[in-house]
Design a protein around this ligand. Structure first.
Ligand code: MF3
Ligand code: CO
Length: 250
């Protein structure tokens, strides 16, 4: 069942999502060569708590940190570590969730470390644009796979592949609610979208093959071919005229 949120619940999701956006901005501000992903995790946790939130990922199915930090060929769910020092030319995906008064906001962004090659810049731009192509389809009376299809077509027509092993999701009191939102598939399938649904839409886009492997830590997903991967995510409210992006950071 897809949960329709009340006005009051949406207010809490708006607040949770504002904290997400603020923490992401804080992290973007410190990403630079020589910073460790552990430091990013600590900054996120400090911002989240200072605003009265709690990190939504910590302890989720045993996840050990407040954010996910996935570097270069890592796709999602990289674990922050004092042993991972960012280097000029890297890209790092930051995935961050906040609980506020029982409700969750969830977002992700891939950030360049210093100067990156133009072709890597393009991967980030296309992935972010793919997210917005998906969001545009999150309107009442559309179906879930209209989002999926818009993302896949845009990504593939630009020469990249969409990751199939992970999907977007409903979000609210739980981090993962119905429906699942794949980043691929034919249009017009799946549940009909209704006003008051809250969705985390999150394309993961690979430079090479869509295939991923999970590392021995049980969490980190990495491209099978070692090529780069990018990830952008927003928590979105399905609303009457236009989808409302709750986690907007800029
Ligand atoms: N944005 C990711 C997701 O929705 C983050 C989950 S990480 C976890 O699946 F650690 F909490 F599992
Ligand atoms: Co998510």
């Amino acid at each position: 069942m897809i949960i329709i949120k009340s006005r009051d619940e949406i207010k809490k999701m708006v607040k949770a999502s504002e904290i997400v956006a603020e923490a992401i901005l804080a992290i973007k501000g410190v990403i630079a060569p020589n910073v460790t992903t552990r430091e990013l995790d600590q900054i996120a946790e400090a911002v989240i708590k200072s605003r009265g939130g709690e990190p939504a990922f910590k302890g989720y199915r045993g996840y050990p940190a407040s954010i996910c930090t996935s570097v270069n060929s890592e796709v999602v769910h990289g674990i922050p570590s004092s042993g991972v020092r960012l280097q000029e030319g890297d890209i790092v995906s930051i995935d961050l969730g906040v609980i506020y008064k029982g409700f969750i906001g969830d977002a992700a962004v891939t950030v360049p470390v210093g100067q990156i090659p133009a072709e890597t810049e393009r991967l980030l731009k296309i992935t972010e644009q793919a997210l917005y192509m998906g969001i545009e389809k999150a309107t009442p009376d559309n179906r879930v796979s209209d989002i999926s299809n818009a993302i896949q077509r845009f990504v593939e027509s630009n020469g990249y592949s969409v990751v199939k092993a992970f999907v977007g999701h409903g979000v609210g009191r739980s981090l993962h609610e119905e429906p699942q939102i794949p980043n691929f598939g034919p249009p017009g399938k799946g549940p009909v979208l209704r006003e008051g649904m809250t969705l985390a839409i999150e394309p993961m886009v690979n430079e090479g093959s869509y295939k991923v492997n999970i590392l021995k830590d049980g969490w980190t997903a990495k491209t099978a071919d070692g090529k780069l991967s990018a990830h952008f995510e927003h928590t979105v409210l399905v609303a009457k005229n236009h989808p409302k992006i709750l986690t907007k950071w800029a």
